[in-house]
Structure formats: C-alpha cells, structure tokens
Design a protein around this ligand. Structure first.
Ligand code: G3P
Ligand code: CA
Length: 328
C-alpha cells in the first residue's frame, strides 16, 4: 500500500497524464505523450490492447471509429475491434485529424496524420527528453487478450523497465525499479494475472459503479439537464460493506491503491459516479491504499476532490494539475 509506494518513491501526489496531454492533443498519440512529458507529468497513462499480429498498442476504445479515419480506410471494419487489425493496418490510419474536427479551437495542422502508437513507442517517449515520466498502464478489456499480462511483463523486462528477477520465479529487485511503472485494471482476473506476473510492480484497482465492481445505484435515473454531481451524490451505495469488500480484495491482491471515478462539477462526458466520498477515502487510507481518482481536468474539481485527501489524479490537462499543485 502506501508504505510500498513510499519505498518505491512513487510521486505523491501523482500527476498521471490520461492518454497523454489529451485535452490539447489527440489522445494516445506522439503529440499527446510528448506534450505531457514536456509539461512534467509523473506518468504517461495508456490503455493496452493487442493487434491481430500480436503487437501491444496504446488504444482506449474497443473500436477505431471515434479516434481515426477507419471509416474511410476500412469501411467494412468500422465496428471491428482493435484486435482485428494488424499493426500495419493500424499504422495506416490517421489518428489525429478527428481531433481537429472535434475540437476546432485546439486544432493544429501537425495533428493530421498522427499514428497509433505501439507500447514500444510510448516507452521510447518516456525514455527520451529531459523529464523521465513513468508509465501507468491499463490492461483494457483484458478478457479479449488472454496472456496480455505475461506479454506486458516480457516487454517491460526486455526494455529494462523491470529489474532482473533476483532469485526464483516472481522475485523482482524492488530497489532497482523505483515506481516507474504502475499497472491498473478494472478487471479482477487481470489484477490477479498482473500480480502473478509482476508481484513487486505497484498495481491499482480501478473502481466503477456497476458490473459488480461497486454496488449499482438504486436510485432514480438522472433527469434531463440534472447536474451529474448532484445526481450521483444523491445515489446510495448498495452497502458500504460491498465497497469495503472491494478495498479488502484489492489489498489482498497486493494492490497499492484504487482508482475511483469522480463526479465532475463541470459535468460532461467523463462525469461518473462519485467514488471519492469521505467515508470511501477514509476506508481506503485506513487500509494503506493510495487513491488516484479519474479523470479530472478543472480547478474546481481538483480542489474539491483533493480536499478529500486523495493521492493524485488522472488528468487530460497535465498543465492544469501541475499548476494546481504549484509545481513548475
Ligand atoms: O485508467 C483510468 C481511467 O483511464 C479509466 O477510464 O475509460 O479512461 O480508461 P478510461
Ligand atoms: Ca485508462
């Protein structure tokens, strides 16, 4: 938990660049990760998936329609999963122009034609430059990708991001890898697999309301135009015991913390159930678990959630979070 995080030198609070500096540049592209690195993020966050020919890549969505020109390049495969494409096919996509269309006020000519990145390429970015951010890697929809936890371990090890195993299976020299990689997942089975493969690498269990992770909201549906923060604040957790059971399970699995969702005052697409209520934070910290909420971009939300004692944020706006923390 927190003690291990301190031993590993994890930054606290942590500035985790969610898909890179993805407010200002197309998510999970070179431009977004370079910007996050330049701004001084502690971690580059990425969602790990695997191509049809077995290459690990950084893509968030299950499909490519939102963040690429797949509809023009492969019109018959608009709804196909990332795993149905070879690396060469993915590399032929334009993963930047969508951003210029979606966010005209932040558009830049240089974004047109940006590529989907492999994990190797994200590692290259993390290793380059003056700032040396770590990697905060999510196994995304891991049920689609059996064995991806082992492949991730092999890749990180081959790139020198894991210390050589000291003695016996599973033993890793903690002192040699001070918190540069954090692993994260929503999925129980994937956390178990990550723990088996990389027992000494810090891990975070992501928490979401629904699907058995956190008790579903039993209250009324959100009304038209209702403030999401108010709506979710009014929802009852099915039972505190259910929530505490997840914290206990995460801890028993060797997780150093949890990644709870946040209801944003600003609302919007990424406003989720508020799992940073005071009793939740208290329970996590009592168990020695770090709290890294997702995904927060605005001062008003940083302030409210940080006041509850969290240990950093996933953010699309690295610059705004660094300013909030008073870091240059
Ligand atoms: O990984 C933390 C946060 O990124 C989880 O949500 O959907 O953005 O991957 P998502
Ligand atoms: Ca993620």
């Amino acid at each position: 938990g927190i003690a291990l995080a301190e031993r590993l030198g994890l930054p606290r609070p942590a500035v985790i660049a969610h898909r890179g500096a993805s407010f200002d540049a197309p998510e999970s592209t070179r431009a977004a990760y370079l910007l996050a690195r330049e701004q001084g993020a502690d971690y580059l966050e990425l969602d790990l998936q695997r191509t049809a020919d077995g290459v690990l890549v950084a893509v968030h969505d299950d499909t490519l329609g939102r963040t690429s020109d797949v509809a023009e390049r492969f019109p018959d495969r608009v709804d196909a999963p990332v795993s149905a494409f070879t690396l060469e096919e993915l590399k032929s996509l334009d993963a930047g122009s969508w951003f210029n269309h979606a966010f005209a006020e932040r558009a830049r000519d240089a974004f047109a034609g940006l590529e989907i990145l492999t994990l190797d390429e994200v590692i290259d970015i993390a290793e380059g430059g003056v700032n040396r951010p770590g990697l905060y890697i999510e196994t995304k929809q891991p049920g689609q990708f059996p064995g991806i936890e082992r492949e991730l371990r092999e890749k990180l090890a081959s790139r020198g991001w894991l210390a050589p195993r000291a003695e016996g299976e599973g033993a890793v020299n903690v002192a040699a890898m001070p918190g540069r990689v954090v692993l994260q997942t929503f999925e129980k089975a994937s956390l178990e697999a990550l723990q088996r493969e990389m027992p000494e690498v810090p891990k975070i269990l992501l928490l979401w309301l629904g699907d058995g992770y956190i008790p579903a909201a039993d209250g009324p549906a959100m009304g038209e135009g209702e403030d999401p923060a108010r709506y979710y604040a009014a929802q009852r957790v099915r039972s505190p015991e259910d929530y505490l059971a997840w914290l206990d399970w995460a801890k028993a699995q060797g997780a150093i913390g949890v990644g709870p969702s946040v209801a944003l005052a600003a609302g919007g697409e990424q406003s989720y159930p508020d799992l940073v209520q005071p009793w939740m934070n208290r329970a996590a910290h009592q168990r020695g678990l770090l709290i890294h909420p997702y995904t927060v971009d605005d001062e008003v939300d940083f302030a409210r959630v940080q006041a509850g004692g969290v240990d950093g944020f996933f953010t699309n706006r690295t610059d705004a979070l660094l300013a909030f923390y008073g870091r240059p």
